[in-house]
Design a binder for this molecule. Structure first.
Ligand code: OAD
Length: 259
């Protein structure tokens, strides 16, 4: 794939101090994690109200657990793709670089990013509904299904630490995400349909506060209209190209500044 990055896009990044990459399911598509919407999306095959709500869990915890156990298995067998790796490299290029992700797959951390705000939780973690005690997947494996809390006198049901429909986002992650978005000089919105709120507000918040907004997606998404630059294509291809261009621009810049 051949792609020309505009001068204003490159300048915005070369001058940026605070950069945010806001990611959705599309960034993990090339790792083999299915997206949610579209013809092949998870929500075209399963009903979210039967699998991803508190009501569904209370009604049929075994069914919900069966589904999450299958998702844990799929996600556990995936690896970060070239897009994740490029984002991990980009973290080192800027004084501040944060990932704000709607993904629960942990692939940004596994790729090497260290500042990662997870708005929708993390599928590798679990917690007790009654007392809040945390459980790893290894702990869960040893328990019956649906798993019950082993703390003396509790026996509450253990659930995956992901945000279900109708639930609030984790407050600390949201606060950090809002602050980083408002502060961003450049905000990259990558692989998200931009239809799930409040996460979908963040590109607008960044733009209102003066960020240069770059969108990366093979298709136009809900928020594409407000982007300063729309880079059409898969993130696993575009991000490594962008990373390479930035690397060589930085080295030219440093050659110039020392000459
Ligand atoms: P969606 O499935 O809604 O959207 C995925 C986006 O990724 C679409 O815009 C695709 O065009 C794009 N895409 C597909 N392949 C891509 C690729 N290789 N590179 C880049 N982009 C690609 O996923 P999200 O926007 O993440 O919430 O969905 C938001 C939330 O809805 C999810 O976090 C989840 C879901 O219900 C919860 O579970 C709370």
């Amino acid at each position: 794939m051949n792609i020309e990055f505009s001068e204003r896009l490159l300048n915005s990044l070369l001058l940026a101090r605070h950069v945010v990459a806001f990611t959705g399911a599309g960034v993990s598509a090339e790792s083999g994690v299915p997206t949610f919407r579209g013809n092949e999306g998870i929500w075209s095959k399963f009903k979210p109200e039967e699998l991803a709500t508190m009501n569904a869990f209370l009604k049929n915890p075994s069914l919900v657990w069966e589904w999450y156990a299958a998702r844990k298995k799929i996600i556990g067998s995936t690896q970060p793709n070239e897009g994740h790796v490029a984002l991990a490299g980009m973290e080192k290029m800027f004084p501040s670089f944060a990932i704000i992700t709607q993904n629960i797959d942990d692939l940004h951390r596994r790729a090497g990013n260290t500042t990662v705000y997870e708005l929708h939780g993390n599928i590798r973690r679990n917690y007790c509904l009654r007392c809040g005690m945390s459980y790893t997947d290894d702990d869960i494996l040893l328990l019956e299904m649906p798993p019950r809390c082993t703390r003396t006198g509790c026996a509450g049901m253990v659930r995956p630490d992901v945000v279900w429909f109708g639930e609030l986002l984790p407050q600390d992650q949201w606060d950090d995400a809002e602050r980083a978005s408002a502060q961003a000089d450049v905000f990259l919105s990558i692989g998200t349909s931009g239809v799930v709120y409040p996460a979908a507000m963040l590109p607008m918040l960044a733009k209102r506060n003066g960020a240069f907004l770059i969108e990366i997606n093979p298709d136009q998404a809900a928020g594409s209209g407000i982007a300063d630059e729309f880079l059409q294509g898969p993130s696993g291809v575009i991000l490594p190209l962008l990373y390479d261009v930035l690397k060589s621009a930085w080295s030219t810049k440093s050659i110039h500044s020392t000459s």
